[in-house]
Design a protein around this ligand. Structure first.
Ligand code: ATP
Length: 370
């Protein structure tokens, strides 16, 4: 059963205000997406791509310019936010400072007139799930960022929403706290099994948390798929370069035919990489496109390698992995290796590129070729 359906959703901000960028344009353009009940969907994209606008339209906090929103099988376009059965956990914690954590969590149920014993039962049920049992008597000002966020989520889910909406819930946290909270959220959401939409610009967060990722750019959905799909099968250059750290190497190339084989060649570089046979039907002598390959799919060849010898430009030892950069014209081709050799800039290595992991992108549109 569908948990959330967005159908031909559009948003155009009519007010110019301070944000003039979208006046003649759409903040969200023809967004179509469906997720199953209980699924965790991440909206992922750079700042200003329309993630928050979409979330606010789902919540009923922003008018829809065109299109339809269904939560389950209910069309909610004309419903007031409080009638949409949603829980909101936005980045500003929005707690009531004079109230204890218990009263903050209980607040919405009290406002709905739920009886005291039932409220107490629900608070005590959710508190251990969110690991806030020990915090119930505390005042919000005494909480750490991570604790506030757990209380915030408890407040959102106590009403047993059909849909949980989270907007950059970890943006106030940094480093280790962020990573720890990410694991916590995963554990909590798994337990409550609530359909969840999670807005983030952090691809790692989306990859680690989500069942499905909606990659958005300039208000347009670029790709909607599982983390493995968007990572392994990006539909265009934007998705390929936005997902993955370090990002995919994407180099402009001209393919040349030598004897009966094709090779990728690069401006101001001697590097030649064999074009995988599956591309022979699309490339030709002098064909121009972009070639993409992830740093872990470029390998250092052994002594008997047929790979082309290349000079190392940069070398970084990050402990569990080593990053090697090779200058290819103006660009740097990155490769990651677990090989423990301590290379130095200037060393020569043989480069091998995994053909099965190579992607081609259209030079003009960025669309994936084949
Ligand atoms: P961020 O991660 O920075 O919050 P976002 O992906 O959530 O970005 P939105 O906040 O949805 O993006 O903004 C989408 C576009 O709509 C941006 O170009 C933004 O400037 C514009 N926008 C957002 N709110 C308004 C508004 N109230 N009035 C006019 N334009 C707006």
């Amino acid at each position: 059963m569908a948990g959330l359906t967005l159908s031909h959703l559009y948003k155009r901000y009519e007010n110019s205000g301070k944000k003039k960028k979208t006046v003649n344009d759409f903040a969200v353009k023809d967004l179509n997406l469906e997720c199953e009940q209980g699924e965790f969907v991440a909206f992922l994209g750079p700042s200003g791509c329309g993630k928050t606008t979409t979330l606010r339209m789902i919540a009923g906090l922003e008018d829809i310019t065109d299109g339809d929103i269904y939560i389950g099988d209910r069309r909610v376009n004309d419903l007031h936010p409080k009638d949409r059965h949603i829980g909101l956990a936005f980045e500003d914690y929005a707690m009531y400072p004079p109230l204890t954590v218990y009263d903050n969590v209980a607040f919405n149920l009290r406002a709905k007139g739920v009886d005291k014993a039932e409220i107490d039962r629900r608070v005590r049920e959710i508190a251990p799930l969110m690991q806030i049992d020990d915090l119930l008597d505390k005042m919000p000002v005494k909480l750490s960022g991570g604790q506030k966020q757990r209380v915030n989520i408890a407040r959102a889910i106590i009403r047993e929403p059909e849909l949980l909406l989270m907007d950059e819930p970890l943006s106030h946290l940094d480093g280790k706290a962020r990573q720890a909270m990410r694991t916590e959220i995963k554990r909590m959401i798994h337990k409550i099994k609530c359909t969840t939409v999670y807005v983030t610009h952090d691809q790692l967060e989306a990859m680690s948390l989500a069942d499905k990722i909606a990659v958005i750019n300039f208000g347009v959905l670029q790709q909607y798929g599982t983390p493995a799909e968007v990572y392994d099968d990006p539909v265009n250059e934007f998705v390929a370069s936005f997902i993955g750290d370090p990002p995919m190497n994407i180099l402009e190339t001209t393919t040349v035919k030598i004897d009966n084989d094709f090779f990728f060649t690069f401006q101001d570089s001697d590097l030649k990489i064999a074009v995988p046979k599956r591309y022979y039907s699309v490339v030709s002598d002098g064909f121009r496109c972009k070639m993409g390959v992830r740093p872990m799919d470029v390998l250092v060849g052994g002594a008997d390698s047929q790979g082309t010898p290349e000079k190392i430009t940069t070398f970084e030892n990050l402990g569990d992995e080593r990053r090697i950069g090779i200058s290819v014209g103006e660009s740097l081709l990155m490769l990651i290796t677990a090989d423990e050799t301590r290379y130095r800039a200037g060393d020569i290595i043989k480069l091998e590129v995994r053909g099965d992991k190579t992607h081609l992108f259209d030079l003009e549109t960025g669309a994936r070729i084949k």
